[in-house]
Design a protein around this ligand. Structure first.
Ligand SMILES: NC(=O)c1ccc[n+]([C@@H]2O[C@H](COP(=O)([O-])OP(=O)(O)OC[C@H]3O[C@@H](n4cnc5c(N)ncnc54)[C@H](OP(=O)(O)O)[C@@H]3O)[C@@H](O)[C@H]2O)c1
Length: 323
């Protein structure tokens, strides 16, 4: 089968389209014929091995242990292991797995769900990681409530474009922060208000929000705190451009201590992939409350170009690879 493979950590130049063996399916796994694979910054981190924290966490000290990139997947079940009960060959699925930038990928049963009936494979592949992260940030960590004022920083990005729609679905009043060319997009997906961060400050204390979801974590916590109501919550999702060792993740690690020192709720998110999230999201998607925004699609052979595009940090929604 064809797959995007890397032998060493590095830039997108280390990725090669190769012919390799199909993955071997374990008793609890499924073999998925991949139709589309989402691209997100996690792919970039595993490709580069940066920050070094990624390597220490077990992904391979000198070279990536898993050589085929890609996690988000949408496709059709080709074969099932003997313990698999919920799926059968031919089912259309979406979820996460290891090595989705390939014609076939092996996925755990508990990381997949039935594909939303009203989405194409390309749209479905955009959902699992980014929408799952937005869901956990807003619902599980942020405990968003109807009527709350919610600020999404990075509202036009992969996580942010889902977060705006989810926050609206939860009944919040939503403000999105984005660059000047994305104000219309952010309003069109449901934000009540959109702030162009190149022209307007939002951390001077003039306006406050009950919940802030920060997906572009470059602003100091002391600034963000000024934009929170006294009982407000800041959920830190991420942000690129930090140091080589921790990549800005130190903000998340320090969240409990910073919370104590600053007297507000600061929460670092480490998103997990769960079947329950897929099911929850599928219901919202099929009800028309959440729709993936696809910026660009690339064929499998152009996966390196897809990652280079995402790396520039200004995608409009999601980037997807078609297989
Ligand atoms: N904690 C976790 O478990 C977890 C899970 C998933 C992702 N993440 C992290 O979350 C971050 C976002 O992921 P993503 O998929 O949404 O990335 P993305 O699609 O590249 O979006 C990044 C967004 O950041 C915005 N941005 C850039 N500079 C900004 C600034 N100065 N102020 C406000 N916004 C700015 C961009 O908006 P404009 O184009 O409008 O400038 C863009 O929409 C990444 O760092 C990723 O690694 C963490």
């Amino acid at each position: 089968m064809k797959a995007i493979v890397q032998d060493t950590y590095g830039s997108a130049d280390v990725l090669e389209l190769r012919d390799i063996d199909e993955p071997v399916v374990g008793a609890d796994d499924l073999l998925v014929r991949v139709h589309a694979a989402g691209v997100d910054p996690g792919v970039w981190h595993l490709m580069t091995g940066l920050p070094y924290l990624v390597r220490i966490l077990g992904y391979g000290l000198r070279a990536p242990k898993a050589r085929v990139r890609g996690m988000d997947v949408a496709g059709r079940v080709e074969a099932v292991g003997r313990n698999v009960t919920r799926f059968q060959p031919g089912d259309e699925v979406f979820g996460t797995c290891e090595g989705s930038f390939a014609e076939y990928a092996c996925a755990r049963e508990d990381r997949l769900g039935p594909k939303p009936a009203n989405l194409t494979f390309e749209q479905a592949a955009a959902v699992p990681i980014s929408a799952g992260t937005a869901l956990q940030g807003l619902r599980d960590k942020g405990q968003v409530q109807p009527g709350q004022k919610v600020l999404i920083i990075g509202a036009a990005g992969g996580v942010g474009s889902f977060a705006v729609q989810l926050a609206k679905a939860f009944g919040a009043e939503v403000t999105g922060v984005c660059g000047p060319d994305k104000l219309n997009l952010v309003r069109s997906i449901g934000a009540d208000d959109a702030i162009d961060y190149t022209r307007e400050g939002f951390t001077d204390g003039g306006r406050c929000w009950d919940l802030i979801l920060d997906t572009a974590g470059r602003r100091p916590l002391s600034q963000l705190r000024r934009a929170l109501t006294p009982k407000g919550t800041l959920v830190m999702v991420g942000g690129e451009g930090g140091g080589r060792w921790l990549g800005g993740f130190e903000r998340q690690l320090m969240a409990p201590l910073s919370s104590l020192l600053m007297g507000v709720r600061l929460i670092g998110l480490i998103a997990m992939e769960r079947q329950e999230h897929l099911q929850f999201l599928r219901e919202l998607i099929e009800a028309g409350k959440v729709t993936p925004i696809i910026d660009r699609t690339y064929p499998l052979s152009e996966a390196p170009e897809a990652i280079r595009y995402l790396e520039r940090g200004h995608a409009r929604g999601k980037v997807v690879i078609t297989v």
